[in-house]
Design a protein around this ligand. Structure first.
Ligand code: PEP
Ligand code: MG
Length: 523
């Protein structure tokens, strides 16, 4: 009998039954011109993109969205804009390469302008650039229709965010436990199994996915299907059980905060489960690119999150782009992006983006308990540079009559240098990003499943760094939290409590298990 069970690593738990659908790797066929019809391919990708934009516009009642979509459609219909691009496509040169290079140059030019109107246009060009590229490479055609188990070799976080997840799940032949895709899947409750390297390339075939065990069953038998149907039903009814929001008493004050990636998830979350929001990953919150240059849109988004938090503290992390969150045309192309110009290193080189985000955050600070956190800090001078820009931005906003609160400014501790030098940082709080701190301490990419055996959060060197940071925070009398995925993993709760951690920031699905484990350890 043919084998129908395949094993991988459970990343985000849950069960799903659906049809297998393959997401083909987007760029592999398109780096080189594949024929003589590159111009036709580009023309068709542009037409499809225009149709996409028209559809988005129709689906949205928001006049602001209409205006943006209309502007982008006009750009995609503008011959003076398109002609030079088509003129560059000749024998053997791919439409994708020409399109990317030409629009990158435009984006560079617009984004370096001091005029906010022009820098805002850069985000529109970036948006249409990516939209057309997705059409050229096929990534836009992810065939998700509810009960679908999507299979891919790997998937960029931005593509994951475009899928309107309801039911179904994700299986990757590669993937990782601590990568950003894992973060997003857990936060949205999408079952996700990684490392199923031997899954056959089959399509439109029924499949069961048991992400609790990292199991994929292709073309299941009737008894297998019946068994999993009742397990899914059981899980659903448990999920719908009325929440009580009372937690077992603990013998020491502990805060459990929420990590937010996509704010649309907040509709299904309840703030009563949390003491606040410990990490807003704004790079995902803003649905990337097109909002990065738009202060008003950011302000509106941040206010929505503050309103949802209902007076509880919210830690907004400044854009952490680069590394495994590249923004084509914006972040740098580097050989070793995890160790490159990312997080605050990027923002200090693109000050206009930093200033726009700070203006939006500081304006929003009048409407809630808002804190600002800096990602990927390595040396104290970076914090000082940001503090000076925050103060200058605050001064300008007040001169313009805005009411802004002087928000606390904290740093992520996710680079070993920052952990070792912790006492030299004049930060208002620390938050330990265990995902990155672990990868940098053990020199094992967080994207690598193969290195899991030597890169686990119980690594002694890594725990020594955590201890060092906690002791420094105690001496400085500032708060220290854990916002990396280690805090959401019940296996490590007891160790973190023993280490003196009293502030955990976790993904939504983990809160109950983490609170129960705390009660077990501390009652
Ligand atoms: C971390 O590195 O642990 C962290 C919280 O940041 P991110 O996962 O977004 O890199
Ligand atoms: Mg990080």
């Amino acid at each position: 009998m043919a084998r129908n069970e395949f094993n991988g690593i459970p990343v985000s738990d849950g069960l799903a039954i659906g049809m297998l659908e393959i997401i083909h790797s987007p760029r592999q066929d398109f780096n080189h011109a594949s024929g003589n019809n590159e111009k036709e391919k580009l023309a068709s990708a542009i037409q499809q993109s225009i149709a996409d934009l028209q559809e988005i516009s129709q689906l949205n009642g928001d006049s602001e969205i209409h205006a943006i979509m209309d502007l982008q459609i006009l750009m995609l219909q503008d011959e003076t804009f398109l002609d030079p691009i088509f003129a560059k496509i000749s024998n053997g040169i791919s439409a994708l390469a020409v399109w990317e290079k030409h629009l990158d140059a435009d984006i560079q030019e617009y984004s370096s302008s001091d005029d906010h109107y022009f820098s805002a246009r850069a985000s529109d060009i970036l948006d249409i650039k990516l939209r057309v590229m997705r059409r050229l490479t096929g990534i836009a055609q992810i065939n998700y229709s509810g009960n679908t188990i999507l299979v891919a070799d790997d998937l960029p976080p931005s593509a994951f965010l475009e899928i309107p997840w309801k039911t179904g799940g994700l299986v990757l032949r590669r993937g990782s436990i601590y990568g950003h895709l894992a973060v997003l899947a857990k936060s949205k409750g999408v079952p996700f199994v990684a490392g199923v390297s031997d899954l056959p390339y089959l399509e439109e075939i029924p499949v069961i996915m048991d992400a609790n065990q990292g199991l994929v069953i292709v073309d299941p038998s009737k008894p297998e299907l019946d068994k999993y149907k009742s397990l899914v039903q059981e899980a659903d009814s448990l999920h719908k059980t009325k929440e009580t929001y009372t937690w077992p008493p603990l013998n020491r004050p502990i805060q459990v905060n929420l990590n937010v990636a996509d704010p649309s998830d907040l509709q299904t979350y309840d703030i009563r489960c949390f003491d606040g929001i410990g990490l807003v990953r704004t790079e995902f919150t803003l649905h990337a690119v097109d909002n990065f240059y738009d202060e008003q849109r950011q302000y509106v988004e941040y206010r929505k999150i503050l309103d949802w938090a209902n007076g509880k503290p919210v830690v907004f992390r400044l854009l952490d782009i680069g590394g495994d969150k590249p923004i084509p045309g914006l972040t740098y192309k580097e050989e070793n992006p995890f160790l490159g110009i990312r997080g605050i290193r990027f923002l200090l080189r693109q000050r206009s983006l930093l200033e726009i985000q700070l203006r939006a955050l500081l304006r929003a600070s009048a409407h809630g308990d808002l804190k600002i956190m800096i990602p990927m800090v390595t040396i104290p001078e970076e914090l000082e540079a940001v503090r000076a820009i925050v103060q200058e931005t605050l001064r300008r906003l007040r001169d313009q009559g805005e009411t802004c609160a002087p928000s606390p400014l904290g740093i992520m501790i996710e680079v070993p240098s920052a952990a070792l030098l912790a006492d030299q940082f004049e930060a208002d709080f620390f938050s330990i990003g265990t995902n990155d701190l672990l990868q940098f301490t053990t020199a094992c990419s967080r994207d690598s499943l193969a290195l899991n055996d030597i890169s686990q959060p119980d690594n002694t060197a890594f725990l020594q760094l955590l201890t060092q940071v906690v002791r420094v925070a105690e001496r400085k009398n500032i708060a220290v939290s854990i916002c990396g995925d280690m805090a959401s993993d019940v296996k490590y709760v007891s160790n973190l409590l023993k280490l003196g951690i009293s502030n955990f920031s976790v993904n939504y699905r983990a809160v109950r298990k983490v609170r129960a484990e705390m009660a077990r350890c501390l009652s």
